[in-house]
Design a protein around this ligand. Structure first.
Ligand SMILES: [Zn+2]
Length: 123
């Protein structure tokens, strides 16, 4: 555990935070996971350093998916979500829509999907 503690400290450069994490890590494979994710995520590192992520939670309960939210940007609101969307459907005037932003160099396009009539339109 000693060598890994040093590695953790190398990344965080914070003695107290490092100790709090090490204290709460139960297994060395868990420690490996934490080190692996910390090396690859500045968001995670900053979250711990500025206190947005609790070191206890990080050490014990945080899942791999929470540490590395790779697919977060593409996450679409589930279809059975019945709340009104922000955009009105151009075909049936329903507000039960969801949209995806598509960025290109010159402009941003919104793809609007209507849950009432399954119509998809670009705006
Ligand atoms: Zn519609």
């Amino acid at each position: 555990m000693c060598i890994k503690r040093d590695k953790l400290y190398e990344i965080l450069l914070d003695e107290e935070l490092t100790d709090m994490i090490v204290k709460n890590v139960k297994t060395s494979s868990r420690m490996r996971t934490l080190l692996y994710n910390l090396r690859r995520s500045n968001t995670l590192k900053e979250g711990l350093l500025n206190g947005n992520i609790s070191p206890e939670y990080f050490a014990k309960d945080m899942t791999h998916e929470e540490m590395m939210p790779r697919k977060q940007e593409q996450k679409i609101v589930p279809i059975n979500d019945d709340r009104d969307g922000l955009v009105k459907c151009s075909r049936c005037d329903s507000m039960k829509t969801e949209y995806t932003e598509i960025h290109s160099l010159e402009y941003t396009t919104f793809l609007v999907y209507c849950k009432s009539c399954n119509h998809t339109s670009k705006i």
